[in-house]
Design a binder for this molecule. Structure first.
Ligand SMILES: [Zn+2]
Length: 218
């Protein structure tokens, strides 16, 4: 089930505090409307009744999709207490093979949901981003540092003339760029991960991002 609470949040414009609803956890099988609100970005936005400023709520929440067996902990500040994390990990172990992830912001949470809903493996998606960046940097050495620091976000899988692509988006010079990466790159990444079982995360809440992939590539 989804658990809500109320919190007093200050408006970023006028500073007035308002009572807002926060989700301690969200079960998207029972409350599919929450997933829609997450995908369109409205779930974490609240409007100040005094000045009508749209504010972004920052709080911890646990996203739970029991059908896909996914739990994603959104932790905007710091880490979850180890004991609490272990307790939940133990609990999910009893329920079967859960994928447990930790993310630091709403953008990362939305990306994980898009990846899992597309039926993809997020480890392979991160590997894909890494391989693509390396290739772009080797082809364009002048832009290499900009490419290295760009944050790629998975957007969707597309098909054109029978060829499948992973579409990534990233900001560059104030604009959003879109990048098509062949599905074969994803499949190769999946193969690399399959041949290297040590890099597969433990059954605990893991941050699977570019830092994670870099820790294996060094
Ligand atoms: Zn306000």
């Amino acid at each position: 089930m989804s658990i809500t609470a109320t919190a007093l949040a200050p408006c970023s414009r006028c500073g007035e505090r308002s009572e807002i609803t926060v989700y301690k956890s969200m079960n998207v099988a029972e409350n599919p409307e929450l997933k829609e609100k997450l995908r369109d970005g409205s779930l974490f936005i609240w409007e100040c009744p005094h000045c009508h400023q749209a504010n972004l709520a920052r709080y911890e929440t646990l996203y739970h999709d029991p059908e896909k067996k996914i739990m994603i902990w959104l932790m905007p500040a710091g880490e979850l207490p180890e004991s609490q994390m272990k307790a939940i990990a133990n609990h999910t172990r009893a329920m079967g093979d859960y994928r447990l992830r930790m993310v630091k912001d709403v953008g990362e949470l939305m990306e994980k949901i898009l990846v899992f809903d597309a039926g993809l493996d997020d480890l392979a998606v991160e590997m894909c981003k890494y391989v693509t960046k390396m290739e772009m940097m080797s082809k364009n050495r002048e832009a290499a540092s900009g490419i290295a620091s760009a944050v790629f976000h998975f957007h969707r899988v597309e098909e054109q003339d029978g060829v499948r692509y992973l579409v990534f988006i990233y900001p560059s010079d104030g604009r959003m760029m879109s990048l098509n990466v062949g599905f074969n790159v994803y499949e190769d990444s999946l193969g690399i991960i399959g041949r290297n079982p040590d890099i597969v995360p433990s059954d605990n809440f893991m941050k699977i991002d570019q830092d994670w992939i870099l820790s294996f590539m060094k």
